[in-house]
Design a protein around this ligand. Structure first.
Ligand code: DC
Length: 222
């Protein structure tokens, strides 16, 4: 592991803790962390700002032209769209409720996949998403499929939002997560699935350090 800068792919359903875990693993290894969900959210945010009805062609154009940058700051992964900080905005419920639809558009996926491949071409990255081990980096050095029971994922997301002082309806949150999982796994292009050679990690009864250590152990033998 010392000499080689790995590509570490972490996929899984909504609320599995992918970004928290991916960020911790990246910090431990001194790697860059790429949150690909934030990229699809950024495209969705930019499109919603146009206040026009959904149109595949325009959405594809937005994805082709968008400038997305990440900047780690105070433990936060800041996200900029065309130079403007949208870190908070891309987590709004409006973006969350539209992102699955936009990310199923073929032109959006190819634009994002191209960017993601460029970001990871030299290794030294931990990338999380839905199709990293299956489509973006099918030859990734380490592939993890991170999941947890729906109840556990809902409860984690609920606590996360409550800690941010946001008011949340747990039943609605559960419905949203189930709907997003369904949409993301049943879409035609690059659906969410566990790659055949991925390490399947159910974290329902694991705490964060345990999960991080498990992934680091897997990296160590690479
Ligand atoms: O990880 P997240 O919840 O922030 O992702 C938001 C959405 O983006 C998710 O519902 C599906 C989509 N997505 C995707 O299609 N492919 C990825 N690699 C990452 C996210």
């Amino acid at each position: 592991m010392e000499n080689k800068e790995l590509v570490i792919a972490i996929d899984g359903p909504a609320g599995a803790g992918k970004s928290t875990i991916a960020k911790m693993v990246a910090e431990k290894l001194g790697y860059a962390y790429i949150d690909t969900g934030a990229m699809y959210r950024a495209v969705t945010y930019k499109f919603l700002q146009m206040h026009i009805p959904f149109d595949e062609e325009i959405v594809g154009k937005v994805a082709d032209e968008i400038d997305i940058t990440f900047k780690p700051q105070d433990g936060l992964n800041m996200v900029f769209v065309d130079g403007t900080d949208v870190t908070e905005e891309i987590r709004s419920s409006e973006v969350t409720n539209n992102v699955s639809k936009l990310s199923a558009v073929s032109a959006v996926r190819s634009a994002m996949v191209n960017l993601q491949r460029k970001m990871g071409e030299n290794g030294g990255v931990v990338m999380d998403g839905r199709d990293i081990g299956t489509v973006v980096f099918p030859n990734a050095d380490v592939k993890i499929y991170l999941t947890a029971s729906v109840e556990e994922r809902v409860s984690r997301r609920y606590n996360e939002l409550v800690n941010k002082n946001q008011s949340v309806d747990k039943v609605k949150l559960s419905e949203e997560i189930i709907a997003r999982d369904k949409y993301d796994s049943e879409r035609e292009i690059s659906p969410l699935r566990c790659a055949e050679d991925a390490f399947y990690l159910d974290t329902s009864i694991m705490d964060k350090p345990e999960v991080v250590n498990k992934i680091l152990d897997i990296c160590r033998v690479k």
